[in-house]
Structure formats: structure tokens, C-alpha cells
Design a protein around this ligand. Structure first.
Ligand code: 13P
Length: 238
């Protein structure tokens, strides 16, 4: 079954708005990932959708100002944790940190949504270069685990730019990722596409056999748009 993840990033402004948005997105096959301060309120509202977090630290407790542990998230009924988003990597998160986070999420019995994707200077060199970049990110983040994992292919240049990748290339990358994980880790994963997914292009991405869903940023803040993307998921799951 295909899934759609709503990554709200650092939105909305108030708990009230968060609860309203959560109610509008509370559908099966949806994972809602609000900012930390809204997790509890949103978790209380969701009946059909599943709760996700946007990040987590790899140590369970202690003197780590500003960090949030996987155990703390688990207590709020979080089931999925986005790890290694390019916006976090841009803030200095390294492959080594991403790996520790994936391990911590797995150790707590939750499912990581591991984000990978090449920046524009790499893609400019061609699709083969993009695949090499993504392969490096995957090997650096995974330690041979066969635990449940979702990979999100989010080319950095497609995020928030209005320039989505083509569904054909996103599907080719998804096949490449699946093959690599089977061969290297005997691990079969879902692969999502993320980067300027809209109600207009969602159907084309979700139709692709290799793609198991979408990771949606901007459009997940607009209930009307997001509802259309959910309909596209329902069509694809028929
Ligand atoms: P946009 O859908 O706004 O391009 O963001 C994608 C993303 O980063 C989801 O994690």
C-alpha cells in the first residue's frame, strides 16, 4: 500500500492551527509529521492517520540542550521519524549523525523515514552522478540492518522550488535504491518521492510502480491540495 507523509516543517504558528490541519489530514495511509511542540495535540486528534516526527537525537536522555530523544517521541505515540532531511543536513547534520539517528529510531522499535537526494551541482553532471551520490548517502546511513525502513528520495533542488523531478527519473532512482538495499543489506524498503509534489503531479508519481508514495512539504499545509494528493493515493492503492 502506498503512503503519503505530510512534513509540516516549522509550520503552522499555533497549536490551534495545527489541530485544525491535523483534522483535515486524518486519513488512512497518511503519516502526519508536525513540529515537536504540536506532537501531543496532533496525536490526540488523529484517529486514522499515523503520527511522525521530523527528527530525533540518538541518545535517550541527559545533558543535550535542545535535543529530543526517540524515547520521548515514542511516549507521544510517534511511530515514524524523518531522519536526514536535507534541511537538517544543511544545518550541519553529517552522514555519521544520520546513521546514529537511524540506529536509535530502530532500537526504539520505530520506523525511520531516511531522506536522501543529490544537490543540483551533482545532478547537473548527470543521472549516474546522482545515483552515486545517493548510494553513498545510503551506505553511510545504514549499518546492515534489516529492520523496517522507508527511504525518501528528495532531490535537494526539487524541494520547495516548484521544479519537481520527472516521475520517470524518480521511479528509476527508486528502483536503483531498492536494488541496492536488497543486494547490500537484503532489505526490502518502501521508497517515497519528495520535492514539489502538488495535486497536479501527484498522480503521475503515485502511479509509478517503483514509488510507494510521496513526502509532501508545502502542499501538506494546504488542506485542499493535500486532500487531492490523498485521493491520488487512494486511486493508486485500488
Ligand atoms: P516541498 O513539497 O515543499 O517541495 O517539500 C518537500 C520536502 O522537503 C518534504 O520533506
Amino acid at each position: 500500500m502506498k503512503v503519503v507523509v505530510a512534513n509540516w516543517k516549522m509550520n503552522p504558528a499555533t497549536p490551534r492551527e495545527a489541530v485544525k490541519l491535523a483534522r483535515a489530514e486524518d486519513k488512512l495511509k497518511v503519516i502526519v509529521a508536525p513540529p515537536f511542540p504540536f506532537l501531543e495535540d496532533v496525536g490526540r486528534v488523529l484517529k486514522r492517520a499515523t503520527l511522525g516526527a521530523q527528527d530525533a537525537f540518538w541518545i535517550s536522555r541527559g545533558a543535550y540542550t535542545g535535543e529530543v530523544s526517540v524515547q520521548q517521541l515514542k511516549r507521544l505515540r510517534v511511530s515514524y521519524v524523518i531522519v536526514g532531511h536535507s534541511e537538517r543536513r544543511a544545518q550541519g547534520e553529517t552522514n555519521g549523525m544520520v546513521r546514529k539517528k537511524v540506529e536509535a529510531v530502530h532500537a526504539a522499535g520505530l520506523t525511520p523515514i531516511l531522506c536522501v537526494g543529490e544537490p543540483w551541482p551533482v545532478r547537473k553532471k548527470g543521472f549516474a552522478a546522482a545515483k552515486r551520490y545517493v548510494a553513498r548517502q545510503l551506505h553511510a546511513a545504514l549499518s546492515g540492518t534489516r529492520k523496517k525502513l522507508i527511504v525518501a528520495y528528495e532531490p535537494v533542488w526539487a524541494i520547495g522550488s516548484g521544479k519537481a523531478d520527472s516521475p520517470a527519473e524518480a521511479a528509476e532512482m527508486a528502483d536503483f535504491i531498492k536494488e541496492l538495499l536488497i543486494v547490500s543489506y537484503r532489505s526490502s524498503v518502501k521508497v517515497l518521492y519528495g520535492g514539489s509534489v502538488t495535486p497536479r503531479n501527484a498522480r503521475a508519481f503515485l502511479k509509478a510502480r517503483a514509488l510507494d508514495g510521496a513526502l509532501v512539504g508545502g502542499a501538506s499545509l494546504r488542506p485542499r491540495d493535500f486532500t487531492k494528493i490523498i485521493s491520488a493515493i487512494n486511486v493508486a492503492n485500488r
